[in-house]
Design a binder for this molecule. Structure first.
Ligand code: CS2
Length: 498
């Protein structure tokens, strides 16, 4: 079957099949109220959808997206008037919605000044971010600004033409303040613990390095609410482009594919105003910390564990990993016995149903979420997903064998060779250093010793703890001897209590 010739656009919108959801408002009346830094698939399948669903009642919240790196998304969506489709998939099939809330996409490296000018428009009341963990330019173990990060060094030299997300925030806030405009609220939507507080800390510190007055202004007057965001959004493939365009009967060069589940819990602190996102299903709370911890540890902690073990066992996707012998049981037991006891209780929240749903979501056969995608940037993810949980268990004198196997699988993965001796394409900001540190090492003892020196990942309380080291070593030895598939299939906890 041939591909449709006509491109998705304002002009072709009325001709789409009746089954496809379309913007329920007049796009020409949209005003831009939000700048979003990091216009990747996740934002377009999550926050953009929540925003889309309130625009009929309140057209003041159109979004201008900013790419901090490549022009790809702009190049794909500009000829489509920034329209794109969201394909919601599960075993039962697919539902398509065309989203119209993007008013523009700017590419920061091409023209940082245009981004700053957009951020300084009086109508902008919120700047949201999905720049992934590494975009925060911080050390995950301490959650403080990494002043040796090359983008931060650049931004300190060239504050008026920044590269990093914190650099854009500092300069835009400075300009708004200088011209008497009220500050925007900064809303982090990344998988970081206390993401608002962490971003505030990084931004305040960056400002402090050049301008103490600006730093205290940010500290006192700019709101950084935290939020917990959740929706599984695998990277779009060429096959997705083809199948979505066929169903749409119009060519969409960058659809996003996702699951039916979606959750957004946000701290309600928006002094400059906000959209009524609660009307499209978001939950506003006073304190998001308990939700954040639950999601980072149960979902993301399990995800990373499945990704490293599944990849090493030769599985391409999360659903294939879940179908392999022993994995489902291993991960559910890790959630129940090792993670759940570390979580604060959430009144009126049914954790058991939440975990049932997680297992079902990981098994979604229609998603094709690649283990290699989740395995990316492990150096930025490990602390909040696995290590902090282990630290809590250690302090409480409780066992953590399964979590330790997850960490050991990451260690095995970053040595750069899979179980058949083939090179692994590691994507991580510390890739070169990790490979360099482990090159030629074959014993678990040596690999462990080399990796524990990475202090942006392993806080000293862990790296110097003999019990922690002994348990990780045990799991790494088993993994090196038996391989991931057998280790999971025959998993017996060693009862690692102190
Ligand atoms: C995943 C997350 O790629 C990853 O590291 O664990 O992107 C995950 O799919 C989302 O956090 C789900 O909300």
């Amino acid at each position: 079957m041939s591909q449709p010739q006509n491109r998705l656009s304002n002009k072709t919108l009325p001709d789409l099949p009746a089954t496809v959801g379309k913007p329920a408002y007049d796009r020409s009346q949209l005003k831009t109220g939000i700048i979003h830094l990091g216009i990747g698939a996740f934002h377009r399948a999550h926050q953009a959808v929540y925003t889309e669903n309130i625009l009929q009642d309140d057209p003041n919240w159109g979004i201008t997206g900013v790419s901090l790196r490549s022009p790809d998304t702009r190049d794909a969506l500009a000829p489509q008037d920034y329209l794109y489709s969201v394909a919601v998939r599960d075993g039962a099939g697919e539902k398509l919605h065309v989203i119209g809330c993007l008013t523009d996409i700017l590419v920061a490296p091409e023209n940082p000044e245009a981004v700053l000018q957009a951020m300084c428009q009086p109508d902008i009341r919120i700047v949201t971010l999905t720049v992934t963990e590494k975009g925060y330019c911080y050390a995950p173990a301490s959650r403080t600004l990494d002043e040796s990060n090359s983008d931060i060094i650049h931004d300190l030299k060239h504050p008026h033409a920044p590269r990093s997300a914190p650099g854009f925030l500092v300069e835009a806030i400075r300009r708004r303040h200088a011209s008497g405009l009220q500050p925007f609220t900064v809303l982090s939507c990344d998988n970081l613990p206390a993401n608002g507080e962490t971003l505030k800390c990084v931004t305040v510190r960056l400002a402090e390095l050049t301008d103490a007055g600006l730093s205290s202004y940010i500290n006192e007057h700019v709101a950084f609410p935290s939020s917990m965001i959740d929706r599984i959004v695998p990277a779009t493939t060429d096959q997705d482009r083809v199948t979505v365009s066929r169903s749409l009967n119009a060519d969409d060069q960058w659809p996003v594919c996702t699951e039916p589940f979606s959750q957004w819990v946000i701290e309600d602190h928006f002094p400059s105003g906000r959209p009524s996102w609660e009307k499209s299903g978001a939950t506003f709370v006073r304190d998001v910390a308990a939700f954040e911890l639950m999601k980072l540890r149960l979902l993301n902690g399990s995800h990373s564990t499945l990704a490293y073990l599944g990849f090493l066992a030769g599985h391409e996707t999360v659903s294939a990993t879940m179908a392999a012998a022993g994995f489902k049981n291993f991960i559910r037991t890790m959630m129940d016995e090792e993670i759940t006891p570390t979580l604060p209780t959430l009144p009126d929240f049914d954790l058991s149903t939440y975990k049932d749903q997680l297992i079902e979501r990981f098994c979604n056969p229609a998603l094709h979420h690649r283990t290699a995608q989740i395995a990316m940037d492990g150096s930025q993810k490990l602390p909040q997903r696995l290590l902090n949980t282990i630290h809590n268990r250690l302090l409480a004198g409780q066992s953590f064998d399964r979590l330790a196997l997850g960490v050991a699988a990451w260690m095995r993965f970053v040595t750069g060779k899979d179980e058949n001796g083939q090179a692994i394409d590691i994507r991580d900001p510390l890739c070169d250093q990790l490979l360099q540190a482990t090159v030629g090492l074959t014993t678990a003892q040596d690999i462990l010793r080399a990796l524990l020196t990475f202090d942006s990942i392993f806080a000293p309380e862990l790296a110097q703890n003999a019990h922690f080291k002994a348990i990780i070593l045990q799991q790494l030895e088993t993994l090196l001897t038996n391989g991931a598939a057998k280790t999971v299939q025959n998993f017996k906890p060693q009862n690692s209590t102190q």
